[in-house]
Design a protein around this ligand. Structure first.
Ligand SMILES: Cc1ncc(COP(=O)(O)O)c(C=O)c1O
Length: 372
């Protein structure tokens, strides 16, 4: 039997995120309550029938998701349980043992791990810290060959928070067109851009694209567990057939709530709320970095995350473990992304708690040796 590669970051979060006082491992903003969502949407859910809904997503929800993409039809949408399921069924449908995929790294390691778990070979395309976490087009050209089944890219990125430059995006599309590779674009942070710009989806850039997304980050609704695959209608049919084997459908109640969140009047309010939280959180964190010293970071373009390199002489695993056990603060160690001496801070927490959490981090950092 082949080796199972666990998903290190999700294991860390699943194990501890609800067992600490301060969860800075979260990459989304402080979530809305059900009552807040219903109030913004002037809606109520009393009459929602708790049956099996349309298993690829209700017509209303699929239409609202398709409207997020230029030139998309609702027959190309498959609603899933989070983008986690969307990524899963896409990999399951498109990648086989012995095939090769090119993954832009560092990244959320789900697709990377899934590929390894089915016995595919992963070729890395590095994002380079020194050029603002962008890939070098020459690295893309080298990594993507006639053997490449799929290029996987997370845009805007996690853990970097960086959106791809136009040049980098074009180089990825060109490589896919040159080789016929699929693009799986995990766009779960689209809509959570700090400056309000809309990251251009990969959907529509090439014939073979699956773009995945969800309500978890930009909308502050991860507990709905609503995500989706956006592709062409034929691919969507196949992906839908895969989901018959995974979860059958998303929840009927959450499908309904998701349609409310993506209503033309509601959506902008949720996105504005998210941006406000991210801007405030980033200000709190960067002021703290400046005060504390010893951290090096690039302001994220999107997402409630900030990746920082630190000078202190401690591995990121040891630092994360000390913060968890000494301070009841959970952060994501860079090791989970193959980046030691880095940590990923979640910045979506309400300010008073976030400030207290950072004071606690500072306390431990003071006791960590600086390099000689
Ligand atoms: C890049 C990326 N993709 C997918 C996910 C999964 O999110 P969800 O299943 O809640 O949409 C996450 C969660 O952190 C993520 O960061």
């Amino acid at each position: 039997m082949s080796t199972f590669h666990p998903f290190a970051m999700e294991r860390w979060q699943s194990t501890y995120e609800n067992r600490v006082e301060f969860n800075l491992s979260e990459s989304g903003v402080h979530p809305l309550t059900l009552a807040e969502l219903l109030e913004i949407g002037h809606a109520n859910v009393d009459d929602v029938l708790l049956g099996y809904g349309q298993s690829n997503g209700s017509d209303a929800l699929r239409a609202r998701i398709a409207a997020l993409y230029d030139g998309a039809g609702d027959d190309g949408v498959v609603v899933c349980n989070g983008s986690a399921e969307a990524n899963f069924i896409t990999m399951w449908d498109l990648v086989r043992a012995g095939e090769e995929i090119a993954v832009v790294v560092p990244t959320y390691m789900q697709t990377y791990g899934l590929a390894r778990n089915v016995g595919a070979r992963v070729v890395e395309i590095p994002l380079r810290e020194e050029i603002g976490w962008q890939p070098d087009p020459d690295d893309i050209a080298r990594a993507v060959t006639g053997r490449t089944r799929m290029i996987v890219v997370t845009n805007p990125g996690n853990p970097t928070g960086a959106a791809l430059s136009n040049e980098a995006r074009a180089a990825i599309v060109q490589a896919a067109q040159r080789t016929g590779a699929w693009i799986l674009a995990d766009e779960v942070y689209r809509g959570a851009e700090i400056d309000g710009s809309d990251t251009l989806s990969f959907f529509g850039s090439h014939e073979r694209v699956v773009a995945t997304g969800s309500l978890s980050k930009a909308y502050g609704l991860p507990g709905l567990r609503i995500g989706w695959c956006m592709s062409d209608a034929r691919t969507a049919e196949r992906l839908w057939a895969r989901s018959d084997y995974t979860t059958i459908s998303a929840g009927e109640l959450t499908d309904h709530l998701a349609a409310i969140a993506l209503d033309a009047e509601v959506r902008p309010q949720l996105l504005e709320r998210t941006r406000g939280i991210i801007r405030t959180g980033l200000h709190t964190l960067t002021s703290w970095f400046e005060q504390t010293g010893g951290f090096h970071w690039r302001d994220p373009d999107a997402g409630a995350i900030c990746l920082a390199r630190y000078d202190a002489d401690i591995s990121s695993d040891d630092l994360a473990e000390r913060l968890r056990t000494e301070q009841s603060v959970l952060i994501v160690p860079g090791s989970h992304f193959g980046l030691d001496r880095h940590v990923r801070f979640g910045i979506g927490m309400p300010t008073p708690q976030f400030e207290t959490a950072l004071e606690r981090v500072a306390e431990t950092m003071q006791n960590v040796a600086l390099p000689a």
